[in-house]
Design a protein around this ligand. Structure first.
Ligand code: FES
Length: 104
């Protein structure tokens, strides 16, 4: 079963989620009181940007809408993703993410 670990610069708390195979990262965050902030949930605002510290291969490749907003922020999609758009691949593995501070 994939595991998602979410840390935060603002809080020492670390959220660890045993995730069902595959699925939307936003749903996992909603169901587990994570420190990942969301606003539009439609790849428009960039509020939900997360640094992928480990396990990028656990995520499906970003689609055009996600790539467009990451480009607006000058983010490298190999290191940073939108939690409202990212989908997890089925299978075993560890995904470690950290929300990007809103003013970065
Ligand atoms: S919540 Fe706005 S881009 Fe993800």
């Amino acid at each position: 079963m994939p595991k998602v670990v979410i840390s935060s610069l603002e809080s020492p708390a670390i959220v660890t989620i045993d995730a069902a195979d595959g699925g939307q990262l936003v749903d996992l965050c909603d169901e587990n009181a994570t420190p990942v902030p969301f606003s539009c949930r439609s790849a428009s605002c960039g509020t939900c940007r997360v640094d992928v510290l480990e396990g990028m291969e656990q995520l499906m490749a970003p689609e055009d809408e996600e790539l467009d907003i990451l480009d607006v922020f000058g983010d490298d999609p190999k290191k940073r993703r939108l939690a409202c758009q990212a989908k997890m691949r089925p299978g075993l593995g560890l995904l470690r993410i950290r929300p990007v501070p809103v003013d970065v």
